[in-house]
Design a protein around this ligand. Structure first.
Ligand SMILES: C[S@@+](CC[C@H](N)C(=O)[O-])C[C@H]1O[C@@H](n2cnc3c(N)ncnc32)[C@H](O)[C@@H]1O
Length: 278
């Protein structure tokens, strides 16, 4: 499924890296290859609809995560899965690349791109090390892709490298409160008790039945320090809320819980322009 065209940077280094990626990349690849068939139906629905965000479908008009007109922009989706966000961006005029760790997820993306007549470049690989030159993109996005499955201390600098100065990175993932209140083994229903220390938040290894996976998150101050050190300015930070509450359960969270606490966070960042030294 590799579709990296002529822009592969140091292909020998890349092949070497991918031959021996970090353990969590291998763990998560197995998980997503095994689970890919369960994401086909939602991928088909998402390809066919207008953008909204998160567990509760917060409208794009409330969050403003995508430029209305992406004509002439180059965009990358980091951990694209079935690549419906790439489809939304392509319909707004962007030229899109999607990278994903799961060949089976990319097979769905490739099929849907064909059915919808949308041209996407899809790369099978790790979003922590993308085989594309520096400053290629105007816009980068991750919705529960690299945003949660890759190490922020690796993928955030990589996203910075890929963006031109002034380029924008948007990502959506679990809020730290969700990671502290969701049991990491067994029944993953999110509760109201703090189960894990906040200040230790980084790598989270979890299991449910036969499934094992690894996700990442940081404390809010650690995210902010990382962005500043890497060279991103924060344009917006959203903690997504269910508007009313209720008994509906989505991804182990009830609407009542998500009315009281943020289950999801959204960061919108801009790559800092190089400062002119005096
Ligand atoms: C919940 S899906 C999110 C993608 C998309 N928004 C969707 O819902 O189809 C998570 C995706 O992240 C991918 N992923 C996990 N780790 C990754 C990594 N290190 N690099 C690239 N993709 C990764 C998985 O293979 C999976 O397709």
């Amino acid at each position: 499924m590799a579709c990296v065209g002529d822009n592969t940077q140091n292909p020998a280094d890349y092949r070497e890296f991918m031959a021996e990626p970090p353990d969590y990349v291998i763990i998560n690849r197995r998980l997503w290859d095994d689970d890919a068939e369960n994401w086909v139906a939602s991928g088909e629905r998402n390809w066919a609809r207008e953008p909204d965000w998160g567990f509760w479908g917060i409208p794009e008009t409330d969050l403003g995560l995508l430029p209305d007109d992406m004509t002439g922009m180059r965009a990358i989706e980091l951990g694209c899965g079935t690549a419906y966000i790439s489809a939304w961006m392509a319909r707004r005029g962007a030229e899109c690349v999607g990278i994903d760790n799961s060949a089976r997820q990319l097979a769905t993306a490739q099929r849907l791109a064909g059915e919808h007549g949308i041209d996407l470049a899809l790369i099978h690989g790790n979003a922590e090390t993308v085989p594309i030159p520096d400053e290629t993109f105007d816009f980068a996005i991750s919705e529960y892709g690299a945003a949660i499955w890759a190490d922020p201390y690796v993928w955030v600098p990589e996203a910075w490298r890929l963006l031109r100065p002034g380029g924008v990175l948007v990502f959506i993932g679990a809020h730290p409160l969700k990671d502290m209140t969701q049991p990491r083994h067994g029944d993953p229903s999110v509760g109201r008790e703090l189960l894990y220390p906040y200040f230790d938040l980084h790598r989270v290894d979890w299991s449910e039945g036969d499934e094992v996976g690894t996700v990442f998150n940081l404390t809010i101050s650690a995210w902010m320090t990382l962005f500043d050190e890497v060279g991103f300015d924060i344009l917006a930070y959203h903690e997504l809320r269910h508007p009313t509450g209720g008994t509906e359960v989505v991804f182990d969270v009830t609407a009542d819980w998500a009315h009281d606490f943020p289950a999801e966070q959204v960061w919108k960042l801009r790559k800092r322009e190089a400062s002119v030294s005096s």
